[in-house]
Ligand binder design. Structure first.
Ligand code: ADP
Length: 366
């Protein structure tokens, strides 16, 4: 068990004489026992960071500290980290049992103790029936379980998981996600999972580090990043279906009421009270509202948006309604039992306390 501290971490690759700045001045602390997710689109620098923590990649500049010791110069085997990487292959000639036992044997652990540890981990990951099989006989999902077992059997101070559920689909992925969460509550290693799947990060992590183009965008609990995204990137990345984001311009009506008009459309609605003093007439803003924060109303209320339905989907437990605005769709989700046909008039109300506003230049939250 250990705290992990990353200080001003940078990684630059040189590829065909071109320099790629893959990780840019990353600062982050994972508390002892915390479960952290590195979340971001492909190529944003998640795996590079993980590999630097593991010692599989050199550090261009900055510092990584595990349990109070700077590990920059420590060999991977001396860092007390457990790795479950997607391409971290199992040894093909060895059985699953031997693959898991490998690192314990390297430590000269007595045989009966090795058996006890392997059996315990196998039970935890529900792979006991696979122990005498060779890796070639396993499915992708089973291999990933064995990989995780091999990583945690050493009881590492820091457990590093790179897309550990990527080979699983549908229900299996869901149940393994729940298993991982349970596993973490049992082993309590400080854990980092790399994923590009926001729902996985939201479900598993105590805190999520959202990264884009090598830069940390926000580091917070799932609720923080969902409810108070620091910028437009985070707002658009977290949440499914994603947040609706539009460019709006502020103006003041003759009555003195401050309004937004969606650019390129006649759609107007009132500026929420909380933002009234902060928006400037004539200035564009990025306006965000989550699909679940738009209500269907009768139309007699003030500040409603009157429009027409473009697409209606009934998914059983919820209905999704999409409205074309310029080239984009405004989407809303409702758990109510409604029915619409394309072209039907509809009146919408944005939940004022759930409206997000971002600077149209730098994307930062206003
Ligand atoms: P992620 O895990 O978020 O998908 P990576 O950390 O793998 O992203 O990659 C970050 C950036 O660094 C990408 O632009 C990728 O092309 C580049 N990169 C990763 N590994 C290497 C390497 N060994 N040599 C050159 N460039 C690399």
């Amino acid at each position: 068990m250990a705290e992990l501290v990353i200080r001003n971490l940078n990684k630059t690759y040189t590829k065909q004489k071109e320099s790629i700045h893959a990780v840019k001045s990353l600062n982050l602390t994972a508390k002892d026992g915390e479960f952290i997710a590195f979340l971001g689109p492909s190529g944003c620098g998640k795996s590079t960071t993980l590999r630097m923590i593991a010692g599989l990649e050199t550090i261009t500049s900055g510092e990584i500290e595990i349990g109070g010791t700077v590990v920059n110069r420590l060999h991977p085997s001396k860092r007390n980290v457990g790795l479950a990487f997607e391409n971290y292959a199992l040894y093909p000639p060895l059985t699953v049992y031997e693959n898991i036992a490998f690192n314990l044997r390297a430590r000269n652990m007595p045989e009966p103790e090795i058996k006890r540890e392997v059996d315990k981990i196998a039970e935890l990951l529900q792979i006991t029936p696979l122990l005498q099989m060779k890796p070639s006989a396993l499915s992708g999902g089973q291999k990933q379980r064995v990989n995780i077992a091999r990583a945690i059997v050493r009881k590492p101070a820091v457990l590093l998981l790179d897309e550990p559920l990527s080979h699983l689909d549908g229900k299996m992925r869901q149940s393994m996600r729940t298993e991982l969460k349970r596993l973490h509550t049992e082993i309590r290693s400080t854990s980092i999972i790399v994923t590009h799947d926001q729902s996985e990060a939201m479900a598993l992590a105590d805190r999520i580090a959202i990264i884009n183009e090598g830069v940390l965008q926000q580091y917070g609990t799932p609720l923080e990043v969902y409810n108070h995204p620091a910028n437009e990137f985070v707002a658009g990345f977290i949440g499914e279906p994603p947040m609706n984001l539009f460019t709006v311009t502020a103006f003041t009506e003759k009555t003195g009421r401050k309004m937004f008009r969606i650019d390129g459309s006649p759609i107007e609605f009132a500026v929420p009270d909380a933002y009234r003093d902060r928006v400037i007439d004539g200035k564009p803003y990025r306006f965000g509202i989550r699909p679940g924060d738009i209500h269907i109303v009768a139309g007699s209320e003030p500040h409603t948006l009157r429009t027409r339905v473009t697409i209606f989907e009934n998914l059983g437990e919820e209905c999704r309604i999409h409205i074309r605005i310029n080239d984009a769709l405004l989407s809303l989700v409702t758990g109510e039992n409604v029915f619409f046909q394309p072209g039907d008039p509809i009146c919408l109300l944005f939940r004022e306390d759930r409206i997000h506003l971002f600077d149209s230049q730098n994307g930062n939250r206003i």
